[in-house]
Design a protein around this ligand. Structure first.
Ligand code: G3H
Ligand code: ZN
Length: 277
């Protein structure tokens, strides 16, 4: 059932649990994510990034399909707009019924990030939609891996007070779109941030973090764990394997079903790693 993001994330934070937040690119991803969550008996966040919107050319078709998949699930499912830099896109997601948005002002200077994020929070809260923001840019969004950025705990606390955001993405050693599992997280910093910041913390670029690191990140105070690349790897590997074994197949349903099932199984496994159930 469609569930407010903040309800899922706040409950998990209060209990020291993680929340899996996985990216939807096409319909099969959304179907796989809810199947994995139902198997694991855990809630889940389905998120659509501004990049995925660019790929489709519009938010509404994939967004409405994802919302409908969420409504039909027996699991508690939130639908979130991920890494939005456009305030128009944020407004569209709110109008469609998304349960939360991430406004990504991490490329802006501090004062401008505060100004625009606070305005997004004001508009979203009046519609009952929660807001995630980012402070201290997590690298890798442009294909250049930079795990060196770190969020300062005192600045993070001030940013949350100045903007009223409901969750904060922080830079603690991960980087987006890593294909190898060698990101070394700064667990001490996660603990410090969790003590200083009064809202749940979000880890981006989690695909490069080994399983033990993900569990330890949750134990150290991270709550929403964003994973995209890892699921693309699993989906693509299953499709490759299916096509190699069945070179005569032309029905797209045959190989997309193989990818969808592989992602569902991986989501169920990852939700266990995150202690999300
Ligand atoms: O916002 C989405 C995530 O940060 C996903 O990052 O593709 O490295 O797992 P990833
Ligand atoms: Zn991200």
């Amino acid at each position: 059932m469609l569930t407010p993001t903040d309800e899922i994330v706040s409950a998990a934070a209060a209990r020291g649990r993680g929340v899996g937040a996985f990216n939807v690119i096409q319909l099969e991803h959304a179907e796989a994510l809810v199947a994995g969550a139902e198997r694991a008996g855990a809630p889940v966040v389905l998120q659509i990034s501004e990049n995925a919107v660019r790929y489709h050319g519009a938010l509404a078709p994939i967004g409405l399909a994802t919302l409908e998949v969420a409504r039909r699930s027996t699991a508690r499912v939130a639908v979130h707009l991920d890494h939005a830099e456009s305030t128009e896109l944020v407004a569209e997601a709110v109008a469609l019924g998304f349960t939360s948005v991430m406004f990504d002002g991490s490329k802006l200077d501090y004062a401008e990030n505060v100004r625009v994020t606070a305005e997004v929070v004001r508009r979203c809260h009046s519609a009952g939609v929660s807001v995630e923001a980012e402070l201290g840019e997590v690298g890798g969004k442009d294909g250049v891996h930079a795990a060196g950025a770190r969020t300062d705990p005192a600045e993070a606390a001030r940013f949350v007070a100045d903007t009223g955001v409901d969750a904060l993405a922080v830079a603690v050693g991960s980087s987006h779109a890593m294909l190898t599992k060698d990101a070394a997280l700064d667990f001490g910093l996660i603990g410090e941030l969790s003590g200083a910041v009064p809202v749940p913390l979000v880890l981006h670029g989690s695909s490069g973090v080994p399983d033990e690191g993900l569990t330890l990140a949750v134990d150290s105070g991270m709550t929403k764990i964003n994973i995209a690349t890892q699921l693309n790897k699993v989906f693509t590997a299953a499709v490759r394997e299916f096509l190699a074994a069945n070179p005569g197949v032309v029905d797209t349903r045959k190989y997309l079903a193989a990818g969808r099932e592989a992602v569902a199984a991986e989501v169920c496994r990852l939700l266990g790693v995150l202690r999300a159930a």
